[in-house]
Design a protein around this ligand. Structure first.
Ligand SMILES: *Cc1c(COP(=O)(O)O)cnc(C)c1O
Length: 342
């Protein structure tokens, strides 16, 4: 069993009410029929949290905001793309604990429609009281954020910088905890999951889950990720580094090797935030059969990968699969034009 006290020495702000549920997607299985090849499909509902609409960034923010508070910061400055879920959840979390929040949003996706630039997450960032800076194409979010934190310092405040996706080793601790949570739930429901399926964007979730799995004596290669941001080789290299940085932070001598990370580049399509027809289909299928929401940038692509790998038997017939639903449904409104074929 994992050493559950391992995380206790890190400052943490509680933003979740407890473990997120795991449920079987029975109606989807029924509709897939023979096409599911006896695979049982379960969902870990990390989209189901009571703050800010929920999603995977809240787990990271528990530790990131813990660090920010411990350092005496009064403002959180985060960077992301225009439809950043991290910024939305950072804004909601800051609202809850009484910190100021600023989002520096870069043009990471070539979509200049009004709904992409102003709807979805952007509406909610502002609603949760964050100050939002939407940059022009080519402007560097990291530089802008550094400049803002110096300005905040000059006016007597103290900013904490949350970079892309919150995927620092500290942020990834949220998913080390989630790996332990899954191990406990798996014992409770009596199902040993052969695969845990996730999207990999900035890699923090994957890094935390892989480190947590290794520490709980589970095989990290049973985590099956679909990269949605960088080509697979870049993604593997970046994720290896992050997993090892998490081990370092935890004072562990463990190391992970590239071949222990299963990262598939087949769902990247035209790149980050670029819709694919498989993503549109996967979102429609899960919506029609389960009444559940996947998002167009992460979960939709990862679920498309899951369906494809069940079909081509990369996921062995009869396996038990846990798909981590990571939230991001506000992004659906920003992609309404791409989803209309459903
Ligand atoms: C950020 C995000 C991810 C990916 O997590 P990373 O740690 O960046 O790899 C997946 N799903 C949603 C909805 C996200 O917002």
């Amino acid at each position: 069993m994992a050493d559950l006290d391992l995380l206790n020495r890190f400052p943490r702000v509680r933003l979740m009410q407890g473990p997120t549920p795991i449920q079987r997607l029975s109606r989807l299985e029924q509709v897939l029929g023979d096409r599911r090849k006896g695979v049982s499909i379960w969902a870990k509902r990390d989209d189901l949290m009571e703050l800010g609409g929920g999603g995977n960034k809240l787990r990271k923010l528990e530790f990131l905001l813990g660090q920010a508070m411990a350092e005496g910061c009064d403002t959180l400055v985060v960077t992301g793309g225009v439809q950043s879920n991290f910024t939305r959840l950072a804004a909601a979390a800051c609202a809850r604990i009484g910190l100021a929040c600023e989002g520096v949003l870069a043009q990471m996706v070539p979509r200049d429609s009004e709904i992409y630039q102003a709807n979805g997450n952007v509406v909610l960032d502002r609603l949760f009281g964050a100050r939002v800076h939407i940059l022009k194409t080519g402007d560097d979010a990291g530089e802008f954020a550094l400049r803002r934190s110096s300005e905040i310092a000059a006016s007597g405040g103290k900013a904490f910088l949350g970079t892309l996706g919150g995927s620092t080793p500290v942020g990834a601790l949220g998913y080390v905890d989630c790996a332990f949570e899954i191990a406990v739930q798996s014992t409770e429901i009596g199902i040993a999951f052969d695969h845990v399926v996730i999207p990999n964007g900035s890699g923090g979730m994957h890094a935390g889950l892989a480190a947590g799995a290794a520490l709980a004596r589970n095989d990290p290669s049973r985590i099956r990720a679909y990269t949605v941001l960088s080509p697979s080789e870049t993604c593997v290299a970046a994720t290896v580094e992050k997993v090892n940085a998490v081990f370092d932070l935890l004072g562990k001598k463990d190391r992970i090797l590239a071949q222990e990370l299963a990262i598939d580049g087949a769902q990247l399509g035209g790149g980050y935030g670029m819709p694919t027809s498989e993503m549109v289909e996967a979102i429609g299928l899960v919506g029609r059969t389960e009444g559940l929401l996947l998002d167009p940038v992460y979960g939709g692509k990862a679920f498309a990968g899951l369906l494809s790998d069940i079909e081509n038997e990369v996921i062995a017939p009869g396996s038990n699969v846990l798909f981590v639903m990571t939230g991001g449904s506000p992004g659906l409104y920003a992609y309404a034009d791409a989803l209309s074929s459903n």
